[in-house]
Design a protein around this ligand. Structure first.
Ligand code: AMP
Ligand code: MG
Length: 481
């Protein structure tokens, strides 16, 4: 590994150094060897992956630390939070020269654990491990993981479960909530911290007339694009609190996430979200709300001598770019999924007509786009009750496509429509086997989700392609992890 141990150069108030606390009976779960190669792990590092991913081996080049941050949870100020069960154990340079954080999740309690036990259970580790892998393969910026380990140690949740650890990777573990903590508790650190964020993650902004404004605009842009990609893939993050969004617009801390099956815009996968704050369709507006909350923490950075009211206005102007950035990316992506030309004035309207069919007929989001791509219109129609609604859509669809050279549109469709997503029931099957020490289903899903756009007849099962039948109960995903 090539280290770039930069976080601990920040003022010591921003973290707490401590070593991971290993679990009893740590044992191999799954290892992402391709990612380890990208991260320039040596053969010796790879051979020691179980020790590294279970907190038994740390590195002389980096003293592990828990970060402190704060946040708004479910719309309410939650005060101080922080890494309550994870440690940054290294920052290393990957093959492309980018610095990547290695964060060991489930590594024991820290000063920021509050009432928690500092642990993660095998169930939630597998869900996060496979989803990070799936998101990356879908081209959605996200954390990933080099590997996870299981153990023989019981960890109490609603029931007694197995403790586990996961070595998460991300380009950035600095959350919007970091700024909230600093502004609230150590405001004197704000200029230096912001400067480091810009140097590390947005160096191109240093040359701007107002680097802080350029930085804010970039964070907003990247977050908008990330959320547009979630919407296109049918991904619901589940806990879009300000402590769970980072400043580089890569997906992080998705606990009770889900990939949507039957198309329901107000769908919520997190059964602990009683108010329905984080439904699929609310994600863009919640993203906007989070960024607005974050921008308030940049107000004190008004350059000396400048007009504060003007500075606030300039910050607000940055946020005005959120919606156009989101819509541009979402509209383009949706047209690609539909095989419609983005320049045609009726394409978006036609895409909405298709989504209305999916919604009223409760059709599977992923499978329906694949059927559209394969021109299996009859198969979609067979599942519809309101045939007139479907026929009206199809007429409009053919009307637009009929005038175009469809070869190019079809090629775009093939790249925009995954055949495989991580359905809850797929993850659940892998978890149940893993809890009995059988990781074969984790491995199968890992391989399948590595190439979500390519049919893999040797690996795929019929159940990978569709929701569970209506008479089978859905898998309930709770916040507890
Ligand atoms: P989340 O919304 O799941 O990302 O977690 C919110 C906060 O609770 C973070 O500060 C976590 O580190 C902390 N946390 C969650 N679960 C635990 C746990 N089992 N032990 C200690 N801290 C936890
Ligand atoms: Mg979190």
């Amino acid at each position: 590994m090539h280290f770039n141990s930069r976080y601990s150069a920040l003022p010591a108030k921003l973290y707490h150094h401590q070593q991971p606390l290993a679990l009893k009976g740590a044992k191999a779960g799954h290892f992402n060897a391709a990612l380890a190669d990208e991260l320039q792990w040596s053969e010796a590092d790879k051979a020691a992956w179980v020790e590294i991913c279970s907190g038994q081996k740390t590195f002389a080049e980096f003293e592990p630390l828990a970060m402190v941050y704060a946040g708004h949870q479910f719309g309410q100020w939650a005060g101080q939070l922080g890494d309550g069960r994870g440690l940054l154990i290294a920052q290393i340079i990957d093959k492309n020269g980018q610095t990547v954080d290695l964060h060991l999740k489930g590594a024991g309690s820290t000063p920021y654990s509050r009432m928690g036990d500092g642990r993660a259970v095998l169930r939630s580790v597998i869900r996060e491990y496979l989803a990070g892998h799936a998101l990356n393969a879908l081209g959605i910026p996200s954390s990933n993981a080099v590997g996870f380990t299981s153990s023989t140690q019981g960890v109490q949740r609603e029931k007694l479960e197995l403790g586990a650890m996961m070595l998460r990777t991300s380009d950035c573990h600095i959350r919007l909530g970091h700024f909230e903590w600093i502004n609230q508790y150590q405001p004197a650190l704000l200029p230096e911290f912001t400067q480091k964020c810009i140097e590390w993650h947005y160096p191109q902004c240093l040359a701007a007339e107002q680097p802080v404004l350029a930085f804010a605009a970039q964070v907003i842009q990247r977050t908008a694009v990330m959320i547009a990609k979630w919407q296109l893939a049918g991904f619901a993050h589940g806990v879009m609190n300000t402590d769970n969004l980072n400043i580089t617009g890569s997906t992080l801390d998705f606990g009770p996430y889900g990939f949507m099956e039957r198309f329901r815009p107000n769908w919520i996968n997190n059964h602990s979200d009683y108010q329905g704050r984080y439904t699929y369709q609310q994600q863009p507006s919640i993203g906007h709300w989070n960024l607005w909350t974050w921008l308030n923490n940049l107000i004190p950075l008004c350059p000396a001598g400048d007009d504060k009211a003007q500075w606030k206005e300039d910050l607000a102007k940055c946020l005005e770019q959120f919606e156009p950035a989101f819509l541009e990316h979402y509209t383009l992506g949706l047209c690609q999924k539909m095989g419609l030309p983005s320049f045609h004035k009726d394409s978006f309207d036609c895409a909405m007509a298709f989504l209305r069919v999916l919604q009223s007929e409760q059709l599977d989001y992923t499978q329906s786009f694949i059927r559209l791509q394969n021109k299996q219109y009859e198969l979609i129609k067979d599942d519809c009750l309101d045939l007139r609604q479907f026929e009206a859509f199809l007429t409009q669809y053919h009307g637009i496509r009929g005038l175009q050279d469809t070869a190019e549109l079809d090629a775009a469709m093939a790249k925009a429509n995954p055949r495989y997503i991580l359905r809850n029931h797929m993850a659940q099957k892998a978890i149940e086997l893993a809890e009995r020490d059988d990781f074969s289903e984790v491995e199968r899903l890992f391989q399948l989700l590595r190439q979500p756009y390519a049919p893999q007849p040797d690996l795929e099962r019929e159940s990978d392609l569709a929701p569970l039948p209506g008479d089978q109960p859905e898998v309930a995903v709770s916040c507890s992890s």
